[in-house]
Design a protein around this ligand. Structure first.
Ligand code: ZN
Ligand code: ZN
Length: 406
């Protein structure tokens, strides 16, 4: 019986892992400089956390969660990490620290979705969360950080799309208007949209169903619905965000249809798209979630953050090769070869030898694939106490003494 990796999961092989290290190391370095501290939360949490935190009108909670029962407790593999980070923020009293409190994370997330190109059931995200700042400078900092991180990976041609969803007050009126515009063709929409219509009509704009999208177009929904009419406070927050972005030289586009797939966003939402491989790909999504800490049992705490899919990032950057070994020992004297290998490692070099004592030509062939230098330890060399060192890039050969080498 051949057991395979479950559908929607993937092994990250040694040949691919260089890219992962590259992405993770860049994240670590850039976030550290900006004062963000890494936090590692559990991969599974109380199911309640996501029902309350992510929102029970979202696809994530309704259809995509991996939930299981252990000892009468319902647990869920995290479908995203903002709720988990907020839970940790509250559990460890980070709200007592002087704001802002800034976290970043990386790790696997789990959603039961139909696997397709670039979408897996176990996928990985890198994200940041920033607590305690009401001012739009926090939103701008988060966006700036995302742009800087993406650029460090070599992703250029970035488009930053922004929108403001306002607060509950500004949304009330908008929801009514939206419902009025949708009502005439509600019957034709998918079942999800029908149930969203009462519970959370904003989510309808986010529907991926082709039938719904066609109906939106036929009914000129996009033209009919202007953006949310923001209350004075939300409006001034949004204006400030734009001012900060301009001051930071971040080009942005306003997209009044940007609502994001999660319930917890308030005011700012944004998406960053990359044009790297010709087609446009969303590589980052985030926004402000001022109500979430309170929803999960804390005091009112403004917060903003974003997440990026690592698989997506990976697909947009060229495959990086791992660093080659410093030395490969070519010899038919196993004992001397293993001694030299160990000595080199002790001195801080990376080294390997041929465990099978194959022909020199075979050993050199292998050496040129995996190492920068071959150290040839043949009969002559052993008898006369020297080493032949071959630079496998330039093919230059040099005779050296052991002391010179180490
Ligand atoms: Zn408002
Ligand atoms: Zn729909």
């Amino acid at each position: 019986m051949n057991i395979k990796a479950p559908k929607g999961t993937k092994d990250i092989l040694p040949s691919e892992v260089e890219n992962w290290h590259f992405i993770e190391n860049n994240a670590k370095e850039i976030f550290r400089k900006a004062g963000f501290k890494e936090i590692r939360t559990p991969i599974f949490e109380d199911t309640n956390l996501f029902e309350r935190g992510v929102g029970d009108t979202t696809d994530i909670v309704n259809k995509e969660m991996y939930t299981f029962i252990k000892s009468d407790r319902s647990l869920t593999l995290r479908p995203e990490n903002t709720a988990g980070v907020v839970r940790a923020y509250l559990e460890h009293n980070f709200f007592r620290e002087s704001p802002p409190v800034k976290f970043w994370y990386k790790g696997p997330m789990f959603r039961y979705e139909r696997p397709q190109a670039g979408r897996q059931r176990q996928f990985h995200q890198i994200g940041v969360e920033m607590f305690g700042v009401q001012d739009a400078s926090a939103d701008a900092e988060c966006i700036m950080l995302a742009v800087e991180f993406l650029k460090s990976l070599g992703l250029n041609n970035l488009t930053v799309e922004i929108n403001s969803l306002g607060c509950n007050e500004c949304r009330k009126e908008y929801k009514e208007e939206l419902k009025k515009s949708i009502a005439p063709f509600l019957d034709g929409l998918c079942e999800d949209c029908k149930s969203r219509y009462e519970k959370n009509p904003l989510r309808i704009l986010d529907c991926k169903n082709e039938i719904c999208n066609k109906l939106f177009e036929e009914n000129n929904l996009k033209e009919k619905i202007a953006g949310i009419k923001l209350c004075p406070e939300c409006s001034s927050h949004y204006e400030k965000l734009k001012m900060y972005l301009t001051a930071l030289n971040i080009k942005y586009e306003e997209n009044t249809f940007l609502v994001r797939g999660l319930d917890y966003y308030t005011k700012t939402v944004f998406e960053i798209k990359s044009n790297n491989l010709g087609s446009q790909n969303a590589v980052c999504g985030g926004g402000r979630y001022d109500g979430l800490v309170q929803t999960l049992g804390g005091e009112f705490t403004p917060a903003v953050g974003w997440a990026m899919g690592v698989e997506r990032l990976n697909s947009l950057i060229p495959q990086r090769e791992g660093e080659k070994l410093d030395y490969f020992i070519v010899s038919n004297n196993q004992l001397e070869a293993v001694k030299l290998t160990m000595l080199l490692r002790q001195k801080g070099y990376s080294a390997e030898f041929d465990y099978n004592s194959r022909k020199f030509s075979k050993q050199l062939e292998k050496a040129s694939k995996i190492a920068k230098h071959a150290v040839i330890l043949g009969e002559d060399e052993l008898k006369n106490g020297y080493l032949t060192v071959k630079n496998l890039v330039t093919s230059e050969q040099e005779i050296k003494h052991l002391e010179d080498l180490i």
